[in-house]
Design a protein around this ligand. Structure first.
Ligand code: FAD
Ligand code: NAI
Length: 486
């Protein structure tokens, strides 16, 4: 049968396409089925991340930050800019060009690695008794075909969570896709949800000139981050970026007309409030995507929140069926999805060779988080509040960017680096950063923690001068109360 594959991957986001390429590298005959269509109605590989997530948001964050620098930061360097203006359609077109290059690039990687790509929605059918292969029905534009595979990797990702009181209409009330495609700067913009998307996209449109108000349900700002980092970030994002953030609110209703959107909400003091804006973005989290996958029909087990249930190796309750990325437990991050894809591909290859022990695994406790605001926020491992709650005794080392030469040269001195280490063994338990380019700096902390480093190990490693990474060095020294430059 020419439609019988070793592996069928459903979904070509950073989980699925990476899994498919790794399977092919390991000699497995692999098909990847994906149903994403871009704004022009054309198939586009790369899933949420490449089409309407990580890549386009970072392109706009960079463009808007350049505008912010030219307008507000160049002057202190003695650079005068006159007649500064923004061409939003050009900015959006640049973002679209980057997206096109990357999504098209996956098609080329598939060809190079001999992964078969099929466009359409994949539905898992029953398993054939005679050869233990799974059948997948793939439908697109009213036509259906079947492919069969011995192993299945589900990587169907997630979709924005819907808020009944603020239905997205794609005109005035937008989700992440709409917020990345605005052709004009809204005068007033509200965002429901001060999470990762709210803060990043709020920063984009604020820097370009919109008045941005974030309405957040939780009482605390960024509760997943280290409390001290969240506090510093809140200060910088409200004072320097100019975001208005209301926490502890309850959205009552939204009403749209030609003029914009009116939001009624109850504030943290339980007073009723009204806010009139030109555009509203709803960013209240994402939900796993199992629509049309055939989960019920095949008995694929999902948990009470709709995530496909998997064990530590991403194995589902169905034989030879794995699930990875946003559709399973753990953080909804592209690099997490990709690493799970690699681990599962290696596990399948290993099983086919008669043993599973050499297969990779993904440690969710070592997952770096980055929020690309200004200042950037990044962390890995446990927060101080988590260590307290778990009764683990620890020591802290901290160093401010204000005392770092490179940060001074950049003119980006807000924030700090904090190292948390076990009080007895000195093993690093968490590293938390808020400041310039910490998205890049966090990698050193991840490597150190993966190698079970102590804070002394980091403290004794030479760091180039002047560099931002010296702040991590000094924070590690400070864990032993011997920082030099503070
Ligand atoms: P997805 O990327 O969602 O891909 C799933 C694919 O499967 C899609 O193409 C979908 O159409 C397809 N599909 C679904 N069901 C079927 C089916 N039955 N048949 C065929 N195809 C199907 N993460 C980061 O790590 N860093 C960031 O900077 C970052 N920024 C983000 C910014 C925004 C605005 C958003 C929304 C997300 C961001 N994320 C970021 C999160 C990241 O995009 C996701 O964690 C990542 O895309 C998950 O990858 P995935 O492969 O699991 O799923
Ligand atoms: P999120 O979970 O980060 O934030 C959603 C926020 O909305 C939360 O703070 C939540 O309390 C709030 N909220 C929920 N219901 C609400 C309501 N009714 N009223 C007001 N506020 C409400 O989710 P977000 O921002 O939608 O992003 C989804 C995911 O995408 C992230 O969790 C992250 O995993 C991923 N992502 C990652 C990025 C990165 O790595 N830099 C960037 C953007 C997204």
């Amino acid at each position: 049968m020419d439609n019988l594959f070793d592996v069928a991957v459903i979904g070509a986001g950073p989980g699925g396409y990476v899994a498919a390429i790794r399977c092919a590298q390991l000699g497995l005959n692999t098909v990847c089925i994906d149903d994403w269509k871009n704004g022009q109605g054309k198939p586009s590989l790369g899933g949420t991340c490449l089409n309407v997530g990580c890549i386009p948001s970072k392109a706009l964050l960079e463009s808007s930050e350049n505008f912010e620098r030219a307008g507000h930061k160049f002057a202190e360097h003695g650079i005068r800019v006159a007649g500064l203006s923004v061409d939003v359609p050009a900015m959006i077109a640049r973002k679209d060009k980057i997206v096109k290059a990357f999504t098209g690039g996956i098609g080329m990687l598939f060809k190079k690695n001999k992964v078969t790509a099929i466009h359409g929605r994949g539905t898992l059918q029953k398993r054939a008794d005679k050869d233990d292969s799974w059948e997948i029905r793939v439908s697109a534009e009213g036509k259906a075909q079947s492919v069969c595979a011995r192993h299945i990797i589900i990587a169907t990702g997630s979709t924005p969570r819907v808020l009944k009181s603020a239905p997205v209409d794609g005109m005035n009330v937008l989700d992440n896709a709409g917020a990345l495609a605005l052709q004009q700067i809204p005068g007033k913009l509200a965002i429901i949800g001060a999470g990762v998307i709210g803060l990043e996209l709020g920063s984009v449109w604020r820097r370009l000139g919109a008045e941005v108000t974030l309405l957040e349900a939780q009482a605390d700002f960024l509760p997943a981050a280290d409390e001290q980092v969240a506090k510093e970030a809140y200060k910088a994002l409200t004072r320097d970026t100019g975001l208005v953030i209301h926490t502890g609110v309850e959205i009552s209703s939204t009403r749209t007309d030609e003029q914009g959107v009116e939001i009624e909400y109850v504030d943290r003091d339980r007073n009723a409030q009204k806010l009139k804006v030109d555009k509203l973005i709803v960013a209240v989290g994402r939900v796993p995507n199992t629509t049309g996958l055939g989960a019920e029909e095949t008995g694929l087990k999902c948990d009470e929140r709709g995530y496909i249930s998997v064990d530590e190796f991403c194995q589902t309750n169905l034989p030879d069926v794995y699930a990875i990325g946003d559709v399973v437990r753990g953080p909804m991050l592209a690099h997490k999805a990709s690493e799970e894809g690699v681990a599962v591909a290696e596990r399948i290859a290993s099983i086919r060779q008669g043993g599973a022990d050499s297969a990779g695994h993904v440690d969710l406790g070592m997952m770096p988080w980055v929020i690309y605001t200004a200042p950037e926020i990044a962390w890995v491992g446990k927060t101080e509040q988590a260590l307290k709650a778990e009764g683990i005794t620890y020591k802290t080392g901290q160093f401010p960017f204000m005392a770092n030469g490179r940060a001074r040269a950049l003119g980006e001195t807000a924030g700090f680096v904090k190292v948390l280490a076990d009080a007895e063994t000195d093993r690093i338990l968490g590293v938390h950063m808020v400041g310039p380019y910490v998205s890049e700096m966090i990698a050193e902390a991840v490597v150190a923690m993966e190698f079970s480093a102590s804070s002394e190990d980091l403290a004794r490693i030479v760091h180039a001068h002047p560099s931002l990474s010296e702040s991590l060095h000094e924070a590690a020294l400070d864990a032993d109360k011997r920082a030099i430059h503070i």
